[in-house]
Design a protein around this ligand. Structure first.
Ligand code: AGP
Length: 616
């Protein structure tokens, strides 16, 4: 939600602002705007509801005066409809000050009343404008932009990342963050700010994450960071691992199409550097310590959406390998159920963005209750990993499409590595068993490449289903979360009602949904795993086929038991049953994308969705 970019330096700021907003489009938004301190010393701004291109077209027709200091924003509406007047930046102090904001200023009503009584007027319905007007009011009172900014951010409550510029301080951008992301890009004679590093990766790989309740002042000469009381603090610098081209489409029709083909690399890069032939060693887990691993009595995986399904898949393997009870909790449910947490409880958060507010709040809750926490995350320097006791980064590269694909398979991979390392430290798997599972992990990229070849077959299938009012997905054991993920992909991409069920649940109600021609995907477990589970799923297929369902089975090569009952069979290569989900999900990702494409929908930025849900 919301993309922020700030630039001060020698370049034409407009080039940096629009490029930075473009690279952050995937964060989800419904309006965009920029503000510049011109070389003539005045502040100019422009903002438009709709896609970024609407603003670009407006600026082409009505360019702002050149300037080298500026801020830009893409807004995902919280307070106030997505219309021009509610877009950011918001101006104050007689148009000399501009502010942009990501989050929610929860005490905006109280501040607004105070400002109205002080004689100020408002143009928009937003909480952000209230913040800008307060800042302008304080500038007028104190006569100093920096002092006023510090006073303003100390008044705000809720979640906010704010950037502000003032025409009387032409080479300065002030910023602050509380419960919302902000990163710094360090240049030579120029400096950058962004919601994530995509804002400035084109210009610098030297970055740092701004911590909770910290303020930043950037000028062309340098960056200073303090706490909200003005005391200098050190920031954690890091090097961005990927370059701008990684966040380009690279000739693909969509980011989603590109990222599905990057599934193999996402697995390979997440494994790389963490295994030998017979042992797992995740360097980042060292901060957890062997004693914590040995003394862990319960693991709770917390996440939302697709990330939670990755947790559901991995829970089976981790529990079996490490002999520790593992449960999966939705982040937004976890802290309201008063869970039993002891120092021997390990809470593992799973988050591609590392900024999902529901998951961040759940991690903080778990730590307050005394749990150790590990973050599985795909975004360097994000808030959740920075606040956790240990981090296992996935190395899927930037995932730009809102619907998660390669990050999902990377999350399962990282969780499997964690499970194997726990089993290794606790001695619950032999070296031979560890080696076998490492070999399975290392064989996955090649097997996923084979699955990607079914794309054309699935495209035809999707064309047949564009009019389907609903699609059902069945799975059992590790295939059940894949059924859930397949349904979610279809919902969020093709806007078709879809539901995933545990196959065993069918006769307990859902079979009533089966009517003639009802499309049902069935994730068929390997007969080499549990013959019993396999035969039960084949029976389920018979039951729904007998009632008219159109069955699309995802089954391993050589599984002939499904042939008499399935209308279509999508084949996946043989793999250990715990590893088959990473193969079975790929046809479902492709199917959702192809069906959305066949319906003429935007597969990269589906309606109403944001890549990073930074509000609760
Ligand atoms: C997945 O396709 C969705 N975009 C959504 O469910 C996502 O997985 C969820 O919001 C969690 O996001 P995170 O991994 O960044 O925390």
């Amino acid at each position: 939600m919301c993309g922020i970019v700030g630039y001060v330096g020698q370049k034409q700021t407009m080039e940096v602002l629009l490029g930075g907003l473009k690279r952050q489009e995937y964060r989800g938004y419904d309006s965009a705007g920029v503000a510049v301190i011109t070389d003539g010393g005045s502040l100019e701004s422009a903002k438009k509801s709709g896609k970024l291109q609407v603003l670009v077209d407006h600026l082409t027709a009505h360019p702002l005066t050149a300037g080298h200091t500026g801020i830009g924003h893409t807004r995902w509406a919280t307070h106030g409809a997505p219309v021009d007047v509610n877009a950011h930046p918001h101006l104050a102090d007689g148009g000399k000050l501009a502010m942009i904001h990501n989050g929610i200023i929860e005490n905006f009503a109280e501040i607004k009343q105070e400002m109205l009584e002080a004689g100020h007027e408002f143009l928009s319905e937003t909480d952000t404008e209230v913040g800008a007007v307060l800042l302008g009011h304080l500038v007028a009172q104190t006569g100093d932009f920096r002092t006023a900014f510090a006073q303003a951010v100390n008044r705000f409550e809720g979640a906010f990342t704010v950037l502000a510029i003032h025409q009387d301080s032409p080479d300065l951008i002030l910023a602050a963050r509380h419960n919302s992301p902000l990163v710094i890009g360090f240049g030579d004679g120029e400096n950058f700010l962004g919601s994530d590093v995509a804002a400035f990766v084109e210009y610098t790989h030297h970055a740092a994450a701004v911590g909770q309740d910290q303020m930043v002042a950037i000028t062309p000469e340098g960056v200073t960071v303090t706490d909200f009381a003005g005391k200098a603090v050190e920031v954690e610098r890091f090097e961005i691992e990927w370059d701008a081209s990684a966040s380009d489409k690279g000739g693909w029709p969509s980011f989603m199409a590109k990222e599905i083909t990057e599934n193999p690399d996402a697995v390979a890069n997440t494994v790389r550097g963490r295994v030998t032939e017979t042992a797992v060693d995740i360097p980042e887990l060292a901060t957890l310590g062997a004693d914590t691993i040995k003394n862990t009595q319960r693991i709770i995986l917390i996440a939302c959406g697709t990330a939670s399904y990755a947790g559901q898949v991995a829970a089976y393997a981790i529990e079996q390998w490490a002999r520790i009870p593992v449960e999966v909790q939705l982040s937004h449910e976890f802290r309201y159920r008063d869970p039993v947490i002891t120092p021997q409880t390990l809470v593992v958060s799973i988050s591609q963005s590392g900024e999902t507010m529901d998951t961040l709040m759940a991690v903080r809750y778990a730590m307050e209750k005394g749990a150790k926490t590990v973050s599985i995350c795909n975004t360097q320097g994000a808030t959740i990993p920075r606040e956790s006791d240990a981090i296992v980064y996935t190395h899927a590269g930037p995932e730009v499409a809102v619907a998660s694909t390669k990050a999902f398979v990377a999350q399962i991979t990282a969780l499997y590595l964690l499970g194997l390392q726990f089993a290794q430290v606790r001695g619950t798997l032999s070296e031979k068993e560890i080696a076998r599972n490492i070999s399975e992990l290392q064989s996955l990229p090649g097997k996923i490449e084979q699955v990607l070849l079914v794309g054309p077959e699935i495209r035809q299938l999707a064309k047949w289903m564009t009019e389907s009012p609903a699609v059902l997905f069945l799975g059992r054991h590790v295939g059940f979360p894949i059924a859930l993920e397949g349904a979610l992909k279809l919902k969020e991409l093709a806007y078709i009602h879809a539901e995933g069920f545990a196959a065993g649940e069918l006769k307990h109600g859902p079979i009533a949904l089966i009517d003639h021609g009802q499309p049902v995907f069935v994730v068929v477990p390997s007969p080499r795993g549990s013959a019993e589970i396999h035969s039960k799923v084949v029976s389920n297929i018979q039951e729904i086929r007998a009632r008219g369902a159109r069955v699309i089975a995802i089954a391993e090569q050589g599984d002939v038991a499904v042939l008499p009952y399935a209308d279509e069979v999508i084949r996946i290569p043989l793999a250990d049953p715990f590893f088959e989900p990473i193969l079975a999900v790929v046809p479902l990702q492709i199917f959702a994308m192809e069906l959305a494409d066949a319906k003429g929908l935007d597969v990269d930025q589906p309606r109403n969705l944001a890549k990073s849900v930074t509000v609760e």
